[in-house]
Each structure stands twice: as structure tokens, then as C-alpha cells.
Design a protein around this ligand. Structure first.
Ligand code: PMP
Length: 454
């Protein structure tokens, strides 16, 4: 595709974006001037030219501060798979709020929520936290205590939250410091991180069992932390046998396999990655949608032995808001009454319909892109599939067309399709999404294809 054409369209769309969203700009300026760096509550909401402020959401739609209506394919970074303001979930929150939102004590809702999660995700034990960051942090600590080892293997380009280990070798530009493809250097994301982490963390190329075997062969790796589908670099599927191979390598070398299902757990299948791929890790982390739209994450033992460390207090697992009753009540209703097994058939059907439409447009206009996903998640990957699909982070960095992805985001936002900010994200739809919603997405994408080929 012609670079000058993409750049010209970006400039035009930036103009249109600013015309449509003056109130968002005003709010962002107020936030910058009065309270928050970059005008956002968290860095993940920041993207040029400025964040769109949302006023409210209902079902599959959100309304921004200027009153523009969008079909929401962002869904709170993949959280609101049940749609916005679902009456059953709203009721559950209201009922719990009327009784009190927080006690710092055992409550019945959290027990029911825990029982359901154990059943659904095949967990032997479960504990809670308010964020995926804490869940992966605690999982690593348990793995270290269980093995008596310090080193952590994680996938290069993978995102697991914002604690110190997780901020090693996430999605960073290739700038000459990245090391060889089959033995990536461990690189920190930003400043303020201990330099010792470069020794404590080993970055693995996704879909490369030889590299994993070399890293684990030294016998000093506590755990392998992996997203079953790599989702913070567009979307990259595991190759057949990869996840099973990781499990076998971990068993051979005495390491703990952790599936970070913060994104995949409540989206790709009713039972998450274990249902989809049939591979069982030693621990799982869950997050996002499991709390019905309130801050939630869970850490599950799938080995039966990991949480002995918590029971014996060798690893304290702590947190004021862990298992908050309002979150538990919302999560329980969301999972048991809304995200039922047949909901996943509907989510998959919506994804297939949208994928079919987008693929047809990509083929008609010979765009260097393909569509990939699972369940409630899909992604337009701006890389030429004739060279094969992306298999790991290096592939993504070298072949992905970041300008085209940014233009797609702007273009769709300007035509009422709300998407997560950033080129690295994928879409998430909900059970409230209709064929008309998918048609709006596909229709806007078809216009973009025409503009690109004009
Ligand atoms: N793990 C994965 C795979 C994630 O995608 C994220 C957040 N997007 C996290 C962990 C961190 O979760 P949280 O933002 O709730 O801390």
C-alpha cells in the first residue's frame, strides 16, 4: 500500500476526529491541567490525538461526551463481554450495594463466585485480587516458592500487567538492543525497574519450543508465564502442539506453567483456553470479565499443590479488596446467568460473521491483512498473509503495518465503531452485539478499503 496515501488519510481523519469530539478534547485538557498526566487515569487509555471520553454505555453501544454514538468493539479492553449495563448484573450490584459494598470479611457471594470459577475453569483452588497485574505477580511468587528458583521465563512481547517482572520485554520497538531472534535480550519497559531483573527474567520467542527447551534446560527457571493466545501484539495463535510442548518441557525441567488468561478466560470459550486447546497448566490467572465489569482478577491452582504455600503461610496472599462482595455478586451473575455456554455459541457466530465480511473486503481490495480471533475476540492483522501468519513478536514488529492499523482505528472511530486505543489491540464484542452492529463495522471497513485503493 502507498505510504503517502495512508499518511494523507491519517491527516484527514485526524481533522475529522477533532471536529467530532471537541468535548473530549476539553475534558482531556481539564484532566491534564488539573489532575492527571496525559489526561488519562491509566497509560493504556492514552493515544494520539487525545482520548475519547465516554458518557455512558448500554448493550453494545457507548455514547461519548459529545453525544456521538458508537458500536462498542472495545468493551473495556475486553471486559464487558455481557454488554453494558446488563439488567441482571446491574441488579446484582444494586442489591449488594444496598447491603454494603465492602467489609474486608468473608461473604457468601465470594464463596459462590469461587465455587463457580473452580467448576468452570477446572481450578483446585482460587484466590482473588482486583487486577490481573496482582494475579500474575502472585502466581510468579508462588512458582518461585514452589520451585525454590528465581528466574522467570515469559514470552517476548507478552503483556502481563505492570509489576516489575511483567514489565520486562513487553511490546517494545526493535531498536538494536533486542538480541538474537532465538535468544531475545531481556529489556525493561521504562525506568525505575531494578537492573537485576535482566538476570531474573528470560524472554522466550512465542511458538518456539527449541528456545524454550534451551532456556528451561539449565534447571533454574521457576515458571513459564504465557498467554495461551498472544493478545497484546494484535493476536497471534499458538501453533499446534506449542502449548502442550510447553507443558511437557515444564514437567521435564521442574518448572511451573502459568497460563495468563486475563484476556482469554472469559472471552474465547466458556471454559477458557483449557477448553479450547485441551492443555492444562499448573496455574491460571483470570481477570477482566470474570467480575461482571467491576475490578476483578483471580489466581487458580490447577495442579492441586501450588496453594499449599498459601495455606501454610509460606506465601502470604494479601489485599484489602481481594474478593470484594460487590465484585463477587456482579461476577457470579455475569458468569452464571449471562455468559452461559450458549452465549459462547452466539459470540462465536458473531465473530464468524464479522470475520467473513472483513475477509471478503480484504480479498476484494487485495489488502495486505487477515482476520484472526476466537470467541468474543477478533483482530484485523495488518501483515501480508502470503508470507504466512505472524508467529511471534519479532514477526509482528517487522511485518505489521502500524500506520495502517492506526488509520483503521481513527477511521472506524470516526464512523461510530469504538475500538481500544492502540495498534496492538484487538476487538471484543459482547452478547448484546447484533448483525446490524457487525454491518456497521464491516461497512466502515469497506469504505476504508476503497479509500486505500483509490
Ligand atoms: N495479563 C494480560 C494478558 C493482560 O492483557 C492484562 C491487561 N490487559 C493484564 C495481565 C493486567 O491486568 P490488569 O490491567 O487488570 O492489571
Amino acid at each position: 500500500m502507498r505510504r503517502d496515501r495512508i499518511r494523507k488519510l491519517i491527516a484527514e481523519e485526524l481533522d475529522a476526529f477533532q471536529q467530532r469530539t471537541p468535548r473530549s478534547l476539553q475534558l482531556c485538557r481539564r484532566a491534564v491541567n488539573a489532575s492527571m498526566p496525559l489526561g488519562v487515569p491509566t497509560g493504556v487509555c492514552a493515544l494520539d490525538p487525545y482520548p475519547v471520553a465516554i458518557r455512558e454505555g448500554r448493550g453494545s453501544h457507548v455514547i461519548d461526551a459529545d453525544g456521538n454514538d458508537y458500536v462498542d468493539y472495545h468493551n473495556g479492553f475486553g471486559t464487558t463481554v455481557f454488554g453494558h449495563a446488563h439488567p441482571l448484573i446491574t441488579d446484582a450490584i444494586r442489591r449488594q450495594a444496598a447491603r454494603g459494598t465492602h467489609f474486608g470479611a468473608l461473604t457468601e457471594p465470594v464463596i459462590s463466585w469461587a465455587e463457580h470459577l473452580c467448576d468452570r475453569y477446572q481450578l483446585d483452588w482460587v484466590r482473588f485480587s482486583p487486577s490481573g497485574t496482582e494475579a500474575t505477580m502472585d502466581a510468579i511468587r508462588i512458582a518461585r516458592a514452589h520451585t525454590g528458583r528465581v528466574r522467570v521465563a515469559k514470552i517476548e512481547g507478552g503483556y502481563h500487567g505492570s509489576h516489575e517482572v511483567a514489565l520486562q520485554s513487553p511490546n517494545l520497538p526493535l531498536d538494536g538492543t533486542e538480541g538474537p531472534d532465538d535468544a531475545p535480550a531481556t529489556r525493561p519497559n521504562g525506568e525505575g525497574l531494578s537492573p537485576r531483573l535482566a538476570e531474573e527474567v528470560v524472554a522466550l520467542p512465542f511458538n518456539d519450543l527449541d528456545a524454550a527447551a534451551r532456556a528451561l534446560g539449565g534447571g533454574d527457571v521457576a515458571c513459564v508465564l504465557v498467554e495461551p493466545i498472544l493478545m497484546n501484539v494484535g493476536t497471534i495463535w499458538p501453533q499446534p502442539g506449542y502449548l502442550q510442548g510447553l507443558r511437557e518441557l515444564c514437567d521435564i525441567h521442574g518448572s511451573v506453567l502459568i497460563f495468563d488468561e486475563t484476556k482469554t478466560g472469559a472471552t474465547i470459550a466458556w471454559g477458557g483456553a483449557e477448553e479450547l486447546f485441551g492443555v492444562r497448566p499448573h496455574m491460571k490467572t483470570l481477570g477482566k470479565g470474570i467480575g461482571g465489569g467491576l475490578p476483578a482478577a483471580a489466581l487458580g491452582d490447577t495442579d492441586g499443590r501450588m496453594f499449599e504455600l498459601i495455606e501454610s503461610w509460606r506465601v502470604p496472599h494479601l489485599g484489602t479488596f481481594n474478593g470484594n462482595p460487590a465484585t463477587a455478586a456482579a461476577g457470579l451473575v455475569a458468569l452464571t446467568e449471562v455468559l452461559t455456554p450458549d452465549a459462547y455459541d452466539r459470540l462465536e457466530a458473531h465473530r464468524q460473521r464479522l470475520t467473513r465480511e472483513l475477509n471478503r473486503i480484504i480479498a476484494d481490495y487485495e489488502l495486505p491483512a487477515y482476520v484472526i480471533g476466537a470467541g468474543a475476540k477478533g483482530c484485523v492483522v495488518w501483515a501480508d498473509p502470503s508470507q504466512g501468519r505472524l508467529v511471534n513478536f519479532r514477526d509482528y514488529r517487522r511485518r505489521f503495518d502500524f500506520d495502517a492499523a492506526y488509520l483503521t482505528w481513527l477511521w472506524l472511530m470516526n464512523r461510530g465503531v469504538f475500538l481500544a486505543p492502540g495498534q496492538d489491540e484487538q476487538w471484543t464484542h459482547s452478547i448484546a452485539h447484533t448483525d446490524t452492529d457487525a454491518d456497521r463495522f464491516a461497512g466502515a471497513f469497506a469504505e476504508l478499503a476503497r479509500a486505500l485503493r483509490a
